[in-house]
Design a protein around this ligand. Structure first.
Ligand SMILES: Cc1ncc(COP(=O)(O)O)c(C=O)c1O
Length: 458
């Protein structure tokens, strides 16, 4: 099916976009100087723009198109569901088959003890729900003063008021008077940047113990929860040292605070396990999900709730005054169910663990011989190439991002989407990426690194 405007050329799209479209996370003055890149179609791991250029999508959209583009099964699932029941709400003691079936299915694949799902439309809404739920849980348990949620610097938990507050991005806090009250932050376990002379393991333990110190400073009786991504994604793919998570889990257990593991990026196979929690052996009390749940084909997210929390909320919580018109939207649920079927039938998660993930990680580590590359971090099909001004001292570039942004632009000019977070090049391709496509990605990444080094005269 064609749209009436399909025959517009690139300039016409750019002009319309400039006049009317206010983009997320965009400096519009700079965008308008260049003009938007108009993506018109996609298939597998590739995108095409309005000039007919083919681009390898090393980011799976925004870390979400896990099963790749062009999946007719997902379009068919949405189509069939829209004809049968396009919409009904789940507020007023009603349900419908796709939402109920999806909740059951998620309970089967999630870590044990997580057997209930509250549905949202996005990861940000999931994290807003976390704040409401965690505080309500403690109120129901007779400890209403437990309201503080501890998060980390440079974390990303979304862009709503609560999501951005939980996040640790200073530039986001600076707009809109954030964080909201009752959110505290501790240091991130980013060894390359902050580790100094400590070993990665010693640094990881210190970062975890910052949680203990923060709880003591605030008083455990005031702390509701700790929230973290298993691997920080948007912060630059920060893979914590192996000492970090066991220590965090111990502290949450001993201090009896809820552990919230944000699986919006790590969930649904990205690490080679179904969830980052499986990869690190974590037992979350609340687990926000989104992105890979539907591979981005329709918006859907949620919070998975552990039994002890669900039992308290269901048994003693009364009405939970929270929800969205589209919580558990039938078409989004039908697409998510079909997406989970594809992940299972094609054994994509196992493939990431045993085949393509190790291949990708090994090939990436070949870049360590490049003068700009200080570290390769990654697990499964998520990784970062850390650029450095001096390998021996782990010196970062000044100004921050100067090298990363150049490298990103060289990648894009050469037909590869790789994002820059400061001077880390982050990569998260669709889980269906083939070996030859990984090779292409690596060739293009190396060429971009060479050009960046040439620009910087390194
Ligand atoms: C870990 C994490 N949590 C939450 C979000 C927010 O999700 P959304 O953009 O769907 O609101 C993101 C988005 O990138 C994320 O990476």
């Amino acid at each position: 099916m064609r749209n009436a405007t399909d025959n517009l050329d690139t300039r016409a799209w750019q002009e319309m976009d400039r006049r009317h479209h206010f983009h997320p996370f965009t400096d519009h003055k700079s965008l308008h100087r260049k003009g938007s890149c108009v993506i018109t179609r996609a298939d597998g791991v590739y995108l095409w723009d309005s000039e007919g250029r083919k681009i390898l999508d090393g980011m799976a959209g925004l870390w979400c198109v896990n099963v790749g583009y062009g999946r007719r099964e997902l379009a068919d699932a949405a189509h069939a569901q829209m004809l049968r029941l396009p919409y009904y709400n789940t507020f007023f003691q009603t349900t419908h088959p796709p939402v109920t079936e999806l909740a059951r299915r998620l309970s089967e694949i999630a870590p044990a003890r997580l057997n209930h799902v509250f549905f949202t439309n996005s990861g940000s809404e999931a994290n807003d729900t976390v704040v409401r739920m965690a505080r309500h849980y403690w109120a129901v348990r007779g400890q209403p003063e437990r309201r503080i949620i501890i998060s980390r610097d440079n974390a990303y938990h979304g862009s709503t008021m609560a999501g951005a507050s939980l996040g640790g991005m200073g530039v986001m806090h600076a707009q809109g008077g954030l964080p909201i009250p009752g959110i505290e932050h501790i240091a991130e376990p980013y060894w390359y940047k902050h580790g100094g002379t400590r070993s990665a393991e010693a640094f990881g333990r210190d970062c975890a113990r910052a949680l203990e110190r923060k709880i003591d400073e605030l008083g455990a009786a005031r702390v509701a929860a700790f929230i973290a991504e298993p691997i920080q994604g948007a912060g630059g793919v920060i893979v914590p040292p192996s000492s970090y998570w066991p220590e965090i889990a111990r502290i949450c257990r001993e201090r009896e605070i809820l552990l919230v593991v944000d699986e919006v990026i790590c969930g649904f196979g990205r690490t080679g396990k179904w969830f980052g929690s499986d990869y690190y052996g974590l037992e979350p009390d609340l687990m926000p999900i989104a992105k890979g749940l539907s591979s981005g084909y329709l918006p859907i997210g949620g919070v998975m709730v552990a039994n002890r929390v669900a039992e308290a909320l269901i048994g003693d919580g009364g009405e939970f005054f929270h929800g969205f018109t589209y919580s558990g939207h039938p078409a989004a649920c039908a697409v998510a169910l079909e997406n989970l079927r594809i992940l299972c039938d094609e054994r994509l998660v196992e493939r990431v663990e045993q085949d393509i993930g190790p291949y990708f990680q090994d090939r990436l580590r070949e870049l360590l011989d490049h003068p700009l590359v200080g570290e390769i971090r990654g697990v499964g099909l998520i990784a970062a190439i850390q650029l450095t001004a001096d390998k021996s001292t782990r010196k970062l570039f000044e100004p921050v991002g100067a090298a990363g942004n150049r490298c990103r632009d060289h990648c894009f000019d050469n037909g590869l989407v790789m994002r820059a977070v400061e001077d880390s090049m982050v990569i998260s391709p669709p889980l269906i990426i083939r070996h030859a496509e990984v090779d292409e990605l690596l060739d293009k990444a190396r060429a971009a690194l060479d050009r960046t080094a040439g620009d910087l005269r390194i």
